[in-house]
Design a protein around this ligand. Sequence first.
Ligand code: 5GP
Ligand code: ZN
Length: 311
Amino acid sequence: MSDETRTTETDQAEFLAELLAAGLLIESGVDGVYGHGEVFEFIRERLTAIVSEIAKSHGGAAKLSFPPVIPRRTLETNGYVGNFPHLAGSIFGFEGSEAQAMEQGARAAAHEDWSEFQSQTDLMMLPAACYPVYPALADRGPLDPGGVIVDIGASWVFRHEPSIDPARRQSFRMHEIVRVGEPEAVEAWRLEWSKLGVELFTELGLDAHLENANDPFFGRIGRLLAANQSAEELKWELLVPITGSEPTACASFNYHLDHFGEMWDLKLSDGGPAHTACAAFGQDRIVLALLRTHGLDPDKWPTTARLRLWG
Ligand code: 5GP
Ligand code: ZN
């Protein structure tokens, strides 16, 4: 382990301990899964409201909301299972006999392996807030001219990546605004939201900058997909220092071209495939960035940041 890695890990462990001691986060016993205390939620709820307010004043947005589970078929169709097998969470359930239920219960009570009694259900954990939007919109038929903007609020999402870094969670909240429509409009919208993101973070007193990025696709083929995504500038991340020497992605602005339009048969008014983009705000990370930058007590934060959040 390099000195830099050790320093980063120490930094992360110390920050996590501070957050737990202050009651901002609540331990679950599993790395990357936390409850939120009142102050954490007080900040997070305002962030959700502000992102929705920005959406409302920039073209308006239809509000849709989806559960934290998604049909397995959706993630099979959109390639998530193939591209991110290391992050996907599948839901299993029990459909056995009474005797098997007894055996399963006894093993569970002793914390032994009871997985043999479980079989895969039709559901998986939702890994990105916007995935249910595309098939749902496609079901409504061709879009009106000009397309649509959707605000899906703060969704709980899951990614199987246990970590001691308080900014890398398995279960976290992502607030996405989604744009679907004609190519030029969608591309311009993504650019506009990346600027709105920088503006918001700056008003909150965060040291934020945008960078071209890529998703963590799995394996050798995944490296090619990531290189392609990077070369086409399809993912921009808004980075803020939280712990360690590298800043952390607190929001991303993603342009999917006609990928989801083709996949879900999501059509423009003229019958062509819709282009799509999303602005994803990692709420828990933004709260952590604020707590790290301004301190653990929001009453003592700079007036400008307080005014932007609470008016
Ligand atoms: P993306 O889909 O771009 O990977 O994620 C969107 C946003 O969700 C990121 O910019 C980030 O703010 C947040 N996010 C991604 N991974 C994690 C994570 O492991 N933990 C937390 N708390 N937020 C994450
Ligand atoms: Zn998205």
